[in-house]
Design a protein around this ligand. Structure first.
Ligand code: ADP
Ligand code: CP
Length: 311
């Protein structure tokens, strides 16, 4: 099977964690321990989030007295691909001796007139109190939004239209390489007036790019891996209930929050609708069981889809 997994930002660094490299590397090693059995049995493509890390590197750049202007977000996105990609690459190589593993820096085409540029929704960086966030917004010109009980910086997150390097990625996968790519949803780029690629100030949603990549690379399954066992109906209410197996039709009848579960549900729903294959959302450490259909929220084209026999 060919499997695309999207590794949640939470798996690498929780919002409230200190951003020390040692902590993130330990989290990456734990993630890879869970993913290695999938890579042993299947063609594996790994994408990862970068929201917390973009915030850290952006603040460093803002506070660098030697810079005339802070680094733009496309450049910071590339930095996070290099940094997280390197951690994942090394951990995968150590876990899978004899397997070819490659981490690539790559770009995702977005529309320069995507409405997301006027309505930032992607949370980046750490959490603040409302007062702190408002002070930073005034000082740095940030847009901020409530994230649960906290406040965070938000940046535009335009829809991914195409992963620029798709053909090369396909060749790597066909050659048996475990491919780490489209980190942070891919470096956001547009085509300028003369047809040249150019970076833009944005952070693409990695779940949305993972779904696009899964479709274009003809994956058999898309796994969106995060820190919750299953998607819940009535999340956070006394009546919340886990969704075990569902269909795009059923999921589209529910409401999920824009900054967290919403993009994941949209990604899996869209993939299943467009391809007729399976997708799932669940906990990283249960990825093997999720692929077998025995854990997570499994999304199939219809309720009678023959899960066990197909997987
Ligand atoms: N209906 C829901 N079911 C389960 N989790 C939900 C739901 N709505 C919101 N969440 C929240 O979504 C979070 C996962 O989204 P997010 O923090 O963006 O993940 P990641 O950083 O791993 O990509 C969970 O930790 C949970 O708090
Ligand atoms: N780029 C992105 O979607 O990152 P997170 O998963 O950390 O939000």
């Amino acid at each position: 099977m060919r499997v695309v997994v999207a590794l949640g930002g939470n798996a690498l660094m929780r919002r409230e964690d200190r951003p020390d490299a040692s902590l993130q590397r330990a989290n990456v090693m734990a993630a890879v321990k869970s993913l290695a059995p999938l890579a042993e049995r299947h063609e594996l493509i790994v994408t990862h989030g970068n929201g917390p890390q973009v915030g850290v590197l952006s603040l460093e750049s803002i506070n660098d007295p030697n810079l005339t202007r802070p680094y733009p977000l496309d450049t910071i996105g590339a930095e996070t691909q290099g940094m997280i990609g390197y951690w994942l690459l090394q951990a995968m190589q150590n876990a899978l001796p004899g397997r070819q593993v490659m981490a690539v820096i790559n770009q995702t085409l977005v529309s320069a007139v995507d409405p997301a540029f006027d309505d930032p929704t992607k949370f980046v960086g750490q959490v603040y109190t409302r007062d702190e966030a408002e002070r930073l917004a005034r000082e740095y010109g940030w847009r901020i939004k409530a994230d649960g009980d906290h406040w965070r910086r938000v940046v535009p997150s335009p829809a991914p239209q195409r992963v620029i390097e798709t053909r090369l990625l396909r060749q790597l996968v066909r050659a048996g390489t475990v491919v780490i790519c489209a980190g942070g949803g891919g470096i956001p780029v547009v085509r300028n007036d003369v047809g040249q690629l150019e970076g833009v100030e944005a952070v693409v949603d990695k779940d949305a790019t993972a779904a696009l990549l899964a479709e274009t690379l003809e994956a058999d399954a898309l796994l969106v891996l995060t820190d919750v066992t299953r998607v819940m109906r009535g999340f956070g209410t006394p009546h919340q209930e886990e969704i075990k197996q569902t269909t795009p039709h059923e999921l589209r009848a529910e409401d999920f929050p824009a900054g967290s579960m919403g993009p994941k549900v949209e990604a899996v729903t869209g993939f299943v609708e467009r391809t007729g294959d399976m997708a799932a959302i669940g906990r990283l450490d249960q990825c093997v069981q999720i692929l077998a259909g025995t854990a997570g929220t499994i999304v199939t084209p219809n309720a009678t889809w023959p899960l066990a026999s197909t997987l």
